[in-house]
Design a binder for this molecule. Structure first.
Ligand code: CMP
Length: 140
């Protein structure tokens, strides 16, 4: 598999507990390179737009409120098979179902406050990266 990019968010529950470095360590240990990274406060408009696909889900309102409740780190990760590799490093959405050693198993608080987001396909990664990054903010 050729080198690929994925999009990551370190969520408010993790930044609040000072876990940015610990999460980045797991990302880098897996061979993924952090080629773009910034700490931002997501606006309500950004959160609603980013999670637009979940608009009809019962957890949407709470999710938007959570994602705007504190700082997040948005990231571009690059490496072989980056989308799938990062999903393995994150573990299942529900931390109760995540494998040992994954970010969510070790750090997540709940299915909502699950510490990280990662793209589910290369196609969505491109859309999500363009949602938060200007080309010049990504340096590989
Ligand atoms: P994420 O991978 O960012 O994608 C959607 C987010 O919605 C998910 O992680 C969780 O933070 C949140 N969420 C809250 N409740 C649920 C649920 N029941 N199923 C899936 N995602 C949920």
């Amino acid at each position: 598999m050729a080198s690929e990019r994925t999009f990551s968010i370190i969520k408010p529950d993790a930044t609040k507990r000072n876990l940015t470095g610990a999460i980045n360590q797991k990302i880098e240990a897996a061979g993924l390179r952090i080629i773009g990274q910034k700490r931002i406060r997501m606006s309500q408009t950004q959160a609603e737009g980013f999670y637009g696909v979940h608009k009809e889900r019962p957890f949407f309102k709470s999710l938007v409120s959570f994602m705007t409740s504190g700082p997040v780190i948005v990231q571009v990760l690059q490496g072989d098979n980056a989308v799938l590799k990062y999903r393995e490093v994150m573990g299942a959405t529900d931390p109760a179902k995540a494998n040992a050693g994954t970010i969510r198993k070790e750090f997540a608080e709940s299915i909502e406050a699950n510490s990280v987001h990662g793209s589910d396909s290369a196609e969505n990664a491109k859309i999500e990266i363009e949602f938060f990054f200007k080309p010049e903010e990504i340096v590989d």
